[in-house]
Design a protein around this ligand. Structure first.
Ligand SMILES: [Zn+2]
Length: 145
């Protein structure tokens, strides 16, 4: 990752290292002379506490380097070893149904790849509610109280 070089090459001035992963610079938007408000980190995520802009390496290229071509942006980010700001899409790999005593689906555990589990329940309208709040737990063989 070469975040500082990236920002330098694309016009950010007055870059100064503050901590291991925090940098300050002259805000490209409000040009705050005191250089006290614009921060960015080694991931390329920035924000200005004065004019309240915020974004990442991708939005920086669009707004301050005026590069709008998605392929061009991806190429540049790749070159500097920066994340392109898009989250990896998780894929559903399995679902586990929890039915009530009559066999009606009460809730479902969804397994994703990369590994993650989420709980959801039918919303009654063909969709899902992504929590299992207020669900009566059923347990076959347990004493219903
Ligand atoms: Zn600013």
């Amino acid at each position: 990752m070469n975040t500082v070089k990236f920002f330098e090459d694309y016009g950010l001035v007055g870059i100064e290292r503050k901590t291991n992963s925090q940098y300050m610079a002259l805000c490209p938007n409000c040009k705050d002379k005191k250089r006290e408000h614009f921060y960015f980190n080694s991931e390329g995520v920035y924000n200005c506490q004065k004019c309240e802009i915020k974004g990442n390496a991708r939005t920086y290229l669009k707004e301050f380097a005026h590069i709008t071509d998605a392929r061009e942006i991806r190429k540049i980010l790749h070159q500097y070893g920066l994340s392109d700001g898009t989250k990896k899409q998780r894929k559903i790999v399995a679902t586990y149904d929890y039915d009530d005593l009559s066999g009606k689906l009460v809730h479902q555990t969804v397994r994703y790849d990369p590994k993650k589990f989420l709980q959801r329940r039918p919303d009654g309208k063909g969709g899902w509610v992504w929590n299992i709040k207020n669900i009566k737990r059923y347990c076959i063989g347990c004493q219903m109280s």
